[in-house]
Design a protein. Structure first.
Length: 94
């Protein structure tokens, strides 16, 4: 996993998260709130993605929601607030 920001005015990229063994997923639609964006990371358990707010300036991660094990997709509203969690059991999604 690796995350970069890109400054269009300066034509410069900056690495925000160093490559590592964890995987990352964006929570859609991507919206900046409180200086950060919501991302799913499998840091705690390699099989599930918990939701973190990644603060772009400080590069700090704050846990927003812990996946109980059956959440397969997270969705946020247009204001950057976690709104929906889609659960599944490999047969049925709810």
């Amino acid at each position: 996993m690796s995350l970069y920001s890109y400054n269009l005015e300066e034509d410069k990229s900056t690495q925000l998260i160093q490559p590592g063994k964890n995987r990352m997923r964006f929570v859609l639609p991507v919206r900046k709130k409180d200086g950060g964006i919501l991302v799913g990371l499998n840091k705690r358990d390699s099989n599930v993605f918990d939701i973190y707010r990644f603060h772009l300036e400080s590069k700090k991660l704050d846990l927003v929601a812990e996946n109980p094990g059956n959440i397969i997709r997270w969705i946020q509203d247009l204001n950057g607030k976690l709104l929906v969690a889609l659960a599944g059991d490999s047969i049925q999604e709810t």
